[in-house]
Write a protein that binds this ligand. Structure first.
Ligand code: SAH
Length: 400
């Protein structure tokens, strides 16, 4: 092995190495041979060798003794978890994004899928935002900082460590600018438009890059159309539609802060004559629009995850179905519905089944035109279904 770091071993129970050998990166706590290597002996985030029951190393990784995912495999070749490993991974990630995008606006690192479990990195031009969601990655923070500065030489680097996922790992929340300066809002550039976003206070890491490829698909459907963008956040879908020539755009979000952001983005892109933002609950907005018989040619539904945990599936999938029915009820006779789910626990088939059931309930006919999934700067790890979380469909809705 290359540099055989001096890490303690975490020994798996017999047979429990199979999933890792098949490509997965996670070790669950019940897969650890705790008689030989008690989890309590490890500190949260401590680097280890992950070893099978026969003593064969599977690679290096890190432990968290208090989470269901007890360890994550980081490097099968057994390199140390240090700056040079992170630099290497960043370069590999960068090579993909540079092929995909002409400008540095994208997600650079998508955790496990980019070989850096627990890390998200996004680029907004010369501003970089990073987020660590596991104790192991948090422990590597200074190495990651140094690696990002080395590979990207950004003007500013912010750690936006305020994800709720951190609590599970026993980590606190903090937002810290560790390099450069960040004055005022940052711009996300997409499809030739500028979107002002507040990296400190904004949602997630500031911008939903995962929908970019899907928003690119709007072009043929929205020219001259009236478009409704529900759960709009900063106006991503709606303003991209305006950019593609939509005649009228309505953006709806329940967050007053988000709606202020949409208004700023409408002004910034010169869409004041065609686009409006409404601060409202989506369901209430759609119900009153239905009552007033208001109609749009294209309705976009991009809600937050309704199925956050597996046990919420029944209730959550019903919420998707209700939402889709409401969306169909405010569509013109030959309308386009764009509907999405970012819930990992909501399979694509369940979303489509709900759409179809809703359509039959309303006596409509649905044609599925284009499946949607997360943009390629959020690569899917084929062994880790959790990384394949965004699904959607562009559908045509006709009278029966
Ligand atoms: N469509 C956006 C991302 C949506 S994120 C994009 O492409 O960038 C989900 C958004 O839904 C958030 O902005 C949140 O404020 C909003 N939201 C959550 N619950 C809502 C509700 N009940 N009604 C309207 N908006 C809601």
């Amino acid at each position: 092995m290359a540099d055989t770091p001096d890490y303690p071993a975490l020994v798996l129970r017999r047979g429990e190495e199979r999933r890792l050998r098949a490509g997965h990166l996670w070790v669950f706590s019940n897969e650890v041979d705790v008689a030989r290597t008690p989890l309590t002996a490890f500190a949260p985030g401590q680097p280890v060798w992950i070893v099978d029951a026969a003593g064969k190393p599977l690679g290096t990784g890190y432990v968290n003794p208090s989470t269901l995912i007890a360890a994550r495999l980081v490097d099968r070749a057994g390199h140390a978890l240090d700056r040079s490993l992170v630099v290497h991974r960043l370069k590999v990630a960068l090579a993909l994004r540079e092929r995909l995008y002409p400008e540095p606006w994208y997600r650079l690192v998508f955790g496990e899928s980019d070989g850096l479990p627990g890390l998200t990195v996004e680029r907004f031009g010369d501003v970089v935002v990073a987020q660590a969601t596991t104790a192991g990655m948090d422990r590597l923070r200074d190495e990651v900082t140094a690696a990002i500065l080395k590979v990207l030489s950004p003007a500013a680097l912010m750690w936006k460590n305020d994800s709720g996922a951190r609590a599970i790992e026993g980590l606190g929340e903090s937002v810290e600018l560790v390099h450069g300066r960040l004055d005022g809002p940052t711009v996300a550039r997409e499809g030739g438009l500028d979107f002002l976003c507040d990296l400190r206070e904004g949602q997630k890491t500031g911008w939903f890059y995962d929908q970019r490829a899907n928003r690119d698909r709007l072009a043929p459907y929205v020219k001259g159309a009236r478009v409704l963008d529900v759960f709009s956040y900063l106006g991503g879908w709606g303003l991209r539609a305006a950019g593609f020539g939509a005649a009228e755009v309505d953006c709806v979000d329940v967050s007053a802060r988000a709606v202020d952001g949409i208004r700023a983005n409408i002004a910034r892109n010169g869409f004041g004559d065609r686009a409006r933002a409404h601060a409202a609950d989506a369901f209430e907005f759609l119900r009153s629009a239905r009552a007033e018989r208001r109609k749009w040619d294209v309705v976009i539904l991009d809600p937050p995850a309704f199925v956050k945990r597996k046990k919420d599936f029944k209730e959550g999938s019903l919420a998707y179905r209700r939402l889709n029915e409401l969306g169909m009820q405010v569509l013109e006779r030959d309308g386009i519905l764009v509907t999405c789910s970012c819930s990992h626990h909501m399979p694509r088939e369940a979303l489509v089944d709900g759409l179809q059931a809703g359509a039959r309930h309303l006596d409509r006919q649905v044609q599925l035109l284009e499946p949607l999934s997360q943009s390629p700067d959020h690569p899917v790890h084929p062994a880790i279904p959790e990384t394949d979380y965004l699904k959607g469909v562009i559908a045509r809705v006709l009278p029966a």
